[in-house]
Design a protein around this ligand. Structure first.
Ligand code: ZN
Length: 360
């Protein structure tokens, strides 16, 4: 804890107690021999405390986190009491410049950590980020969205076995927490391994700043700062959060246009229709059903699929009773209810098609 509390110089800029500074971390050099750097804002409370990073756009096309971090920066009333917050609106600047998830060498930066100073371009970049930011922080929050052509109901992903990660996840207050350490080479897994417990937050779609997702993310970041005594005030979170260990992508069995019967955040019973594929003239209905009681944590926004393509991402709930409890608590929480309402506007939800009786 607070390993670097005495060092307040961030990439050449000194941050005074109670002050903030905009600075830049140089991570590479461009083809035209210019410096490539990441713009960063560092905010410091009057008192000493933990150092926390919050990152957006590690995948360069995932901008809800960028929107959330920018709205915290823009908020004139936003104040921190203690510790240091390192705010990185766009971590993957080269991907962001191209509206792309990936770096120009087609690598996924989120599989390159902790990086390698003599490796590929991406590995070197990851190493600089890791050494300059992660090794100086006590905790981390990494903000993401669903991949292209999909959307996610806001959720936190973390390692249930790691008590400090769970503390962050529960404080964030997204309503849904998924178990997992993350893939090898991912920012959160390697940061956590290196002694900086880090959670991932997923919400919404690429290439957008969605107000309900931003609201969930800013509330969550503030909650974590309150939990760590870096900010004043009570945590604002749902009475209960559902912890999910098993998730499953429900995939199309047939090619064709999709009618969706659920939207992000929907609670479903075992056997409930999720989506129906049919031909463009509404023949050959193939109904996809839920294999268990669950919650829709992600889904396609493209209303057409070929066999094997992912349609709905379900988090497994223990039973119908727990599903009803999750539904009740989500509806009582303004932020989750608003997210459900807003995200449902990305898909047309229709009743399952009933095949008419043959006329005599
Ligand atoms: Zn991502």
């Amino acid at each position: 804890m607070e390993a670097n509390a005495q060092r307040h110089e961030w990439f050449g800029a000194e941050v005074a107690a109670g002050g903030s500074v905009n600075t830049e971390l140089e991570i590479s050099e461009s083809y035209s021999s210019r410096n490539v750097s990441i713009p960063i804002r560092v905010v410091r409370g009057l008192q000493d405390g933990p150092t926390v990073f919050v990152t957006g756009a590690l995948h360069g096309d995932e901008l809800n986190g960028t929107g959330a971090i920018r709205s915290l920066i823009a908020d004139q009333n936003w104040q921190m009491l203690a510790g240091t917050l390192v705010m990185v609106p766009v971590l993957n600047v080269l991907g962001f410049e191209r509206h792309s998830r990936y770096l120009p060498d087609r690598r996924d930066l989120n599989r390159c950590f902790p990086g390698n100073a003599s490796g590929s371009m991406s590995m070197r970049m990851a190493r600089v980020i890791f050494d300059a930011i992660v090794t100086r922080c006590d905790y981390g929050i990494d903000l993401h969205t669903a991949a292209v052509r999909r959307t996610n109901y806001p959720n936190v992903r973390t390692d249930f076995k790691n008590a400090e990660c769970m503390r962050l996840a529960e404080a964030f207050g997204a309503g849904v927490i998924l178990d997992g350490r993350g893939p090898k080479g991912s920012f959160r897994r390697e940061a956590t391994n290196a002694g900086c417990p880090t959670i991932v937050v997923e919400g919404g779609e690429v290439w957008k700043v969605e107000p309900s997702v931003v609201e969930c993310m800013t509330r969550g970041v503030n909650n974590i700062l309150k939990e760590l005594n870096m900010m004043e005030g009570d945590l604002e979170k749902p009475e209960q959060q559902v912890k999910i260990r098993t998730t499953k992508w429900i995939r199309a069995e047939r090619g064709g246009f999709l009618d969706m019967h659920v939207s992000p955040g929907s609670i479903v019973a075992s056997g409930q229709p999720l989506a129906t594929n049919s031909t463009l003239v509404y023949e050959d209905h193939s109904v996809l059903r839920s294999p268990f009681a669950g919650i829709v944590i992600g889904m396609t926004t493209l209303p057409a699929a070929q066999p094997g393509e992912p349609v709905v991402h379900l988090g497994r709930l223990t039973n119908r009773k727990s599903a009803r409890r999750v539904e009740k608590h989500a509806l009582r929480d303004d932020v989750q209810r608003t997210a459900q309402e807003h995200l449902s506007t990305s898909v047309q939800v229709v009743e399952p098609f009933v095949i008419p009786e043959e006329s005599p």
